[in-house]
Design a protein around this ligand. Structure first.
Ligand code: G1P
Length: 292
């Protein structure tokens, strides 16, 4: 690239999903607010976005997701009680997560029409600039975080980027899958991508795992995007069309991906992240070993 790509400032977090794979736990609690160790899944995702320099997060919410908005605001009574009890360490952790003035916007996807439609709902708040998408049920334990790794590639090659990771062949039908053309280290050029290919037809085992940097031209394509896999408006289908006119690069980021929208994935995230915590690791190891 001879010109510097436009700065990435905004991110879309589609949080309208119903969390059907972890019901009934998600009947009254948004799945994004289920705890992994001692903070909600969403807290890890927002941390990853902020680490990559994101200044404005657009949450695409739905009915019964109001608690998400409250999570990033003050809880005056609780804070006063923690202060009175001298629990300043917890207070500091809570304060670090609060939204700064104007940092967060909330808009609603009123019908579950798919990920592509959810992203399209954010079009006016994003405007004409590049933006990130982070799927909020996927925690990536990486150093730096997955979005920052994508950003480093974006700053060199510009255009559109997607995070990918290898999955077993038997699982490719659950994901968006890329059709690779060439590879330079962790960067992969592509011929195409397909959403949830039927078993045995996947062009590779590289799945689109939930981190994207996209150019705003995607919105015009999403506006006219026909329903695809699962009878939903798929982001992958609109990206496949955008590939005809814009640069797309897949990045096989370094890190461990935890799908927290799934029972075992959520359990695994809890165990894995507890084991890594300096304050809990030893006790977590003893507890897990005792069970095995
Ligand atoms: C979505 C995307 C898919 C991606 C997946 C990652 O699918 O449409 O391309 O691979 O997230 O988790 P969903 O899991 O919402 O069906």
């Amino acid at each position: 690239m001879t010109t510097t790509p436009a700065r990435l400032r905004k991110a879309v977090l589609p949080v309208a999903g119903l969390g059907t794979r972890v019901l009934p736990g998600t009947k009254t609690t948004p799945k994004e607010l289920l705890n992994v160790v001692d903070r909600p899944i969403l807290s890890y995702i927002v941390e990853e976005a902020r680490e990559a320099g994101i200044e404005h997060i657009v949450f695409v919410t739905g009915r019964s997701k109001g608690a998400i908005e409250d999570y990033f605001d003050h809880q005056i009574e609780l804070e006063a009680q923690l202060q009175a009890k001298g629990k300043t360490d917890i207070l500091e952790m809570m304060n670090a997560e609060l939204a700064s003035a104007g940092e967060m916007s909330f808009t609603r996807q009123m019908q579950p029409k798919g990920l592509g439609h959810a992203v399209w709902c954010a079009r006016d708040i994003i405007g004409h600039e590049p933006f990130a998408v982070l799927l909020p049920d996927v925690i990536v334990d990486g150093q730096p975080g997955a979005l920052k790794q994508l950003l480093e590639a974006y700053e060199e090659v510009g255009g559109n980027l997607i995070g990918v990771e290898a999955v077993p062949e038997s699982e490719t039908h659950k994901y968006g899958i890329v059709d690779p053309a060439g590879r330079d280290g962790r960067r992969i050029t592509m011929k195409g991508m397909v959403e949830k290919p039927t078993q045995g037809t996947a062009p590779s085992n590289l799945s689109i795992s939930g981190r994207y940097i996209l150019q705003p031209e995607i919105f015009d394509l999403l506006a006219t995007q026909e329903r695809g896999a699962g009878n939903e408006i798929q982001l992958t289908d609109a990206m496949a069309r955008l590939m005809a006119t814009q640069v797309f690069t897949a990045v096989e980021y370094e890190g461990v991906t935890h799908d927290c929208g799934d029972k075992i994935g959520l359990l695994r995230a809890n165990v894995a992240l507890a084991l890594k915590r300096p304050d809990l690791g030893e006790a977590a190891r003893a507890a897990v070993s005792a069970l095995l």
